[in-house]
Design a protein around this ligand. Structure first.
Ligand code: SIN
Length: 282
């Protein structure tokens, strides 16, 4: 067991994201280190590590140190490891998984608190992941719009994404996304949540899964949602991570959105993702 007085944390952008160096995540990390990692995740929204040589078992063990695992219903699992979702794009495939701004599992009553994504095979260049800070996006709204949003709820759903004929239909035909019959989740969450760990006020709608404001039609909701989506992805609220084999990102799904770039035609990209259980949001 290794003892770390403090973590060596290198922020990636002023908005969010930090790389943590000098730590081997396959070690049995002591409670003080785990507490520091959780604190870093709360402060930066997403933390990155390089050159981690993790077996699937070690990936699972690491994830379980943060929270119980929330098995994704729709991603094809890694052979022999139902807890690990495969995020794969082959050289001849056109669509990627996660190529829309979103936060994982927001359609659940208790949305996933985080995700632990490990790069197994990456393109020479391209295939970066973008992250955006929803705490900062909220803070940079006008007081008037903050007031309008306070008290509003929004409905999130898995149906239009993972159901039959949904936005992932091509991925379903290719076997990368599965179980369309299980896409039955609808959940209403506050549009502005108090983050369960940091208590920072945070915007909690996303282009991937949010359908409408509670009590509003989809048509009525669309202009305001579109405004919020354009606002929340302003470059100064984001960071961008360039992957190498063995890189890991651990992100907080309540505090951030992410977007997987699809700019590496003709090359394979293979990632292993574990999702972490969360709690109802208020
Ligand atoms: C995801 O959306 O969870 C995958 C992100 C990525 O592959 O970069």
């Amino acid at each position: 067991m290794k003892n770390f007085e403090t973590l060596d944390v290198r922020p990636l952008s002023p908005a969010l994201g930090a790389e943590i160096v000098g730590i081997d995540l396959k070690e049995n990390l002591n409670d003080a280190v785990m507490a520091s990692l959780r604190e870093a995740l709360g402060s930066y929204g997403v933390i990155f590590f390089r050159d981690q040589d993790l077996t699937p078992e070690a990936h699972i063990a690491l994830a379980k140190r943060f929270a119980p695992i929330d098995i994704n219903r729709f991603f094809k699992p890694v052979d022999g490891y139902p807890m690990i979702a495969e995020v794969r794009k082959e050289p001849d495939q056109k669509r990627n998984i996660g190529g829309v701004w979103h936060t994982d599992h927001s359609y659940d009553e208790a949305p996933a608190m985080g995700s632990v994504l490990l790069a197994r095979e990456v393109p020479d260049v391209g295939g970066d992941t973008l992250f955006a800070s929803m705490g900062l996006a909220y803070e940079m709204l006008s007081e008037g719009l903050k007031q309008t949003l306070s008290g509003l709820k929004a409905w999130h759903s898995s149906r239009h994404a993972f159901g039959h004929g949904g936005t992932t239909a091509e991925l379903q035909r290719e076997g990368r996304i599965q179980n369309p019959d299980l896409a039955t989740q609808d959940a209403a969450h506050p549009v502005v949540i108090s983050h369960p760990q940091t208590h920072r006020k945070t915007l909690y709608v996303n282009p991937g899964f949010t359908r409408r404001f509670d009590g509003w039609t989809e048509a009525e909701s669309k202009p305001l949602l579109d405004f919020l989506y354009a606002h929340a992805t302003r470059p100064e609220f984001t960071c961008r991570f360039r992957w190498q084999e063995g890189s890991i990102a651990i992100w907080d799904n309540r505090a951030t959105w992410h977007f997987a770039m699809n700019d590496y035609a003709g090359q394979r990209r293979l990632m292993h993702r574990i999702t972490l259980e969360g709690e109802p949001l208020h």
